[in-house]
Ligand binder design. Structure first.
Ligand code: ADP
Ligand code: ZN
Ligand code: MG
Length: 482
């Protein structure tokens, strides 16, 4: 029997507000433990939470960017459980009435666009962090993160493969970063994902029993854990067994998932509306204001890049995945109007350089105007494409302009026909055997001669002119006496 995977993701995105969701403690990262705390986020008796307005604005941006219906009156509830990183003994979260529902995002896998439904987006607060030191008999807790605002984004079970799950996660990450509401870092935990997965016979309507995978702190782990779990569940069903609904923890080192807790231990959170917080009421004016201030989003930007710059789909997707990269590309185009040439260099040499140095585009050692100037030098025939690679390396190293590198290193391309002709004749004179082989029909040797001429000119001869002169001389019957 053929089985089909069914996947739904729950994503927690930390919102980049300056203060926490229900108190004025800072959310900034890296402070000494338990210094960003106050009676409210420590859960002292007698204190009252006050909702941070900015949190609502940020969540609404996401809801509108993902085409959700906004709940005009949503509610905060208490999710009760005991754990040392949760001083109040409950987490404030939206439960029955979320801020937003019924949205979607479009993803692209194998050149196919697919629409993935969003069940809901709701607001909640983060818990603290436990620190387990193997050298101590006890664990420690840091409550700086307690009360950091989160949005939880729950997808419909619309994803059908690990690749689709990866594409969906990347798309959402791109959107939150475009919106400037979350830095989208899976490794550092500001953008966290739990993956729910079941399998069912191909063509079946009814969903299979799902497991929930946790501890997926990279794109790679999301896809790897799903691939592992698909195989595990298939084997169980093929043996006539039943998948147990449970949470499973991804173990990166052992490359497998393992059960966290059984059903008997499943939580009963005893949700109830938080009596300390009023219903959250959103009106048309607020929605309109936020909708009008939304930036151009990745899909829109990609469509515009294809249309305005005549770029292939692949290039447009690459360049618009990050807003800053798209901005860099557009500044290059302002300096030098050859979009496809610029795109090739960004996706090739520049991406390789940034990757090697572990830098983002905003830290690029080659500025947009320097890249554009370099490409203009190639376009105008001042340097060859090959020399341009050397110049690129140099400007990346020193920050000099390409013009100054070309001048000080004397890299200007030789386009003088008679100068190139001299070198061609010398190369032909030096290789009588190869000349005969060429004239006997082995035309592929042209590449060898071109190489020799380029070597003799240290790469500075214009390759087009070299090719022309070489072909002409080699074909001619009156070769110089050799
Ligand atoms: P919970 O809060 O208990 O985790 P939710 O109803 O919020 O449950 O669902 C969590 C996620 O699981 C959603 O993304 C949903 O699409 C997905 N999901 C639900 N049922 C299945 C299933 N049978 N197979 C795969 N995914 C599922
Ligand atoms: Zn506080
Ligand atoms: Mg869940």
């Amino acid at each position: 029997m053929r089985f089909e995977p069914v996947i739904g993701l729950e994503i927690h995105a930390q919102l980049k507000t300056e203060t926490k969701i229900f108190c004025s403690c800072p959310t900034s990262f890296g402070a000494p433990p338990n210094t960003h705390t106050c009676p409210v986020c420590l859960g002292m008796p007698g204190v009252l939470p006050v909702l941070n307005k900015k949190v609502v604005d940020y969540a609404l941006r996401m809801a509108l960017a993902t085409h959700c219906e906004i709940g005009r009156e949503s509610r905060f509830a208490r999710k009760n459980y005991f754990y040392p990183d949760l001083p109040k003994g409950y987490q404030i979260s939206q439960y029955e009435l979320p801020l937003a529902e019924h949205g979607y995002v479009d993803i692209e896998v194998d050149n196919q666009i697919k629409r993935i439904g969003l069940t809901r987006i709701h607001l909640e607060e983060d818990a603290g962090k436990l620190i387990h030191d193997p050298n101590l008999p006890q664990s420690k807790v840091d409550l700086n993160r307690t009360g950091t605002p989160l949005i939880e984004i729950v997808s419909e079970p619309d994803l059908r493969s690990p690749a689709e799950a990866g594409a969906y996660l990347r798309q959402l990450r791109s959107v939150v970063r475009y919106l400037g509401i979350c830095d989208g870092n899976l490794e550092e935990g500001s953008f966290r994902c739990d993956a729910n997965i079941s399998i069912r016979p191909q063509g079946a309507e009814k969903l299979g029993t799902r497991t929930e995978l946790k501890n997926l702190n990279s794109f790679k782990n999301v896809e790897r854990s799903l691939r592992y779990e698909i195989i595990r569940q298939k084997e169980i069903l093929a043996d006539g067994g039943l998948v147990i609904q449970e949470s499973r923890l991804w173990n990166d080192a052992r490359n497998r998932t393992a059960s966290m807790r059984g059903k008997e231990e499943a939580h009963d959170y005893r949700y109830f509306p938080d009596p300390d917080l009023l219903p959250l009421v959103i009106d048309d004016r607020q929605i309109e204001k936020i909708a009008n201030a939304l930036p151009e989003l990745p899909d829109e930007k990609k469509a515009r890049f294809i249309k305005d710059y005549n770029l292939p789909d692949y290039d447009a997707a690459f360049l618009t995945a990050e807003r800053e990269l798209a901005d860099y590309f557009e500044s290059c185009v302002q300096y030098f109007d050859k979009p496809k040439l610029i795109s090739n260099w960004i996706m090739g040499d520049l991406a390789a350089l940034l990757n090697a140095q572990g830098k983002t585009i905003t830290q690029s050692p080659v500025s947009a105007d320097n890249l554009a100037a370099l490409l203009r030098l190639i376009e105008n025939g001042v340097i060859s494409g090959k020399i341009a690679k050397t110049v690129f390396e140099q400007i990346a190293l020193t920050g000099e302009t390409p013009q100054s590198v070309v001048e000080t290193k004397g890299l200007t391309q030789v386009t003088d026909v008679s100068a190139i002709e001299d070198v061609v004749l010398k190369v032909i004179g030096d290789h009588p055997k190869e000349v005969r082989t060429y004239q006997d029909g082995k035309k592929k040797l042209l590449v060898f001669f071109v190489g020799q001429v380029m070597k003799a000119t240290r790469g500075k001869a214009n390759p087009k002119i070299v090719n022309e002169i070489l072909s002409e001389k080699l074909e001619s019957k009156q070769l110089p006496e050799v």
